[in-house]
Design a protein around this ligand. Structure first.
Ligand SMILES: Nc1ncnc2c1ncn2[C@@H]1O[C@H](COP(=O)(O)OP(=O)(O)OP(=O)(O)O)[C@@H](O)[C@H]1O
Ligand SMILES: [Mg+2]
Length: 248
């Protein structure tokens, strides 16, 4: 495995859409995420890959300010508020969490509405609503259904739909394919690819690395709380080899 795969910092965008500067996180005294520098350019999709316990979810949680953190996160060069996830989301940094985080007893429509609870502009609400239902026609057929009674794939579509209702400028997704059948996974990742092609900046944490690498402009490999490599997916021939090299 050649370390020549690593992308030089100069090849990354000058003013990132979102950038972490020495961002780390602690649970109690344990530093689960060591200082981390990651960049997502405007309209880029970056994949964050790594084994269980590597710190992938912690990284996303630190960006949102959901966990005790140090260092900083910048959106178009401006620092994001610290430890204030509501304020961070209001700036357009929106997380689709591990496990989806939808409200099971509420209807699909109510879950979607919650994504846009801050929005007062009815026209913009309608625009986002129609867009989400166009991206996920299966949600349209189930608007009045109790969310918790839907299949895992439909619930993941709802979680992404709800995040889109918030009008993200950067969308963070934590293992959207978890527990889903291959066909549903492909459908969901294709939709993410479509959103990205339309200009949405995305950070995608995925265990299904080969699928994520097909979409990504850049991949960060995380191991034991550190970024151990930054790679250009076009130059990766075998993810298994990479995993062996970096994760064992
Ligand atoms: N709430 C918590 N309290 C204490 N330690 C935690 C907490 N959440 C995570 N950790 C620890 O932090 C480390 C990173 O966990 P994290 O959940 O970020 O990993 P991950 O890469 O998302 O793993 P997975 O692929 O299993 O989702 C692990 O050692 C984990 O045990
Ligand atoms: Mg995780």
């Amino acid at each position: 495995m050649s370390t020549a795969l690593a992308t030089p910092a100069s090849a990354q965008s000058a003013l990132a859409m979102l950038e972490t500067r020495g961002l780390g996180a602690r649970y109690g005294h344990v530093e689960a995420l060591h200082p981390t520098d990651l960049q997502v350019g405007e309209g880029e999709l970056v994949a964050v890959l790594g084994p269980n316990g590597a710190g992938k979810s912690t990284l996303l949680r630190a960006i949102l300010g959901l966990v005790t953190n140090f260092g900083s996160v910048h959106l178009r060069g401006q620092p994001l508020p610290r430890l204030d996830p509501v304020a961070v989301a209001a700036r357009g940094v929106v997380l689709v969490p591990e496990g989806r985080g939808i409200f099971g007893p509420m209807s699909v429509a109510e879950n979607l509405e919650l994504g846009a609870y801050r929005l007062r502009d009815r026209l913009e609400f309608q625009r986002r609503w129609e867009r989400v239902l166009e991206l996920f026609p299966r949600l349209k057929e189930r608007l009045s259904q109790v969310a918790g009674s839907m299949s895992g794939g439909e619930q993941q579509m709802l979680a992404i739909g709800r995040a889109l209702m918030a009008g993200p400028t950067v969308l963070l997704l934590d293992e959207p394919s978890l527990g889903l059948a291959p066909r549903v996974t492909e459908e969901i990742l294709a939709t993410l690819g479509r959103l990205n092609a339309e200009g949405l900046s995305i950070i995608l944490v995925e265990q299904k690395a080969p699928l994520a690498l097909e979409l990504a402009n850049r991949a960060y490999l995380l191991s034991v709380g550190r970024i151990v490599a930054t790679l250009d997916p076009r130059e990766i021939t075998s993810y298994d080899e990479l995993a062996q090299h970096y994760f064992t």
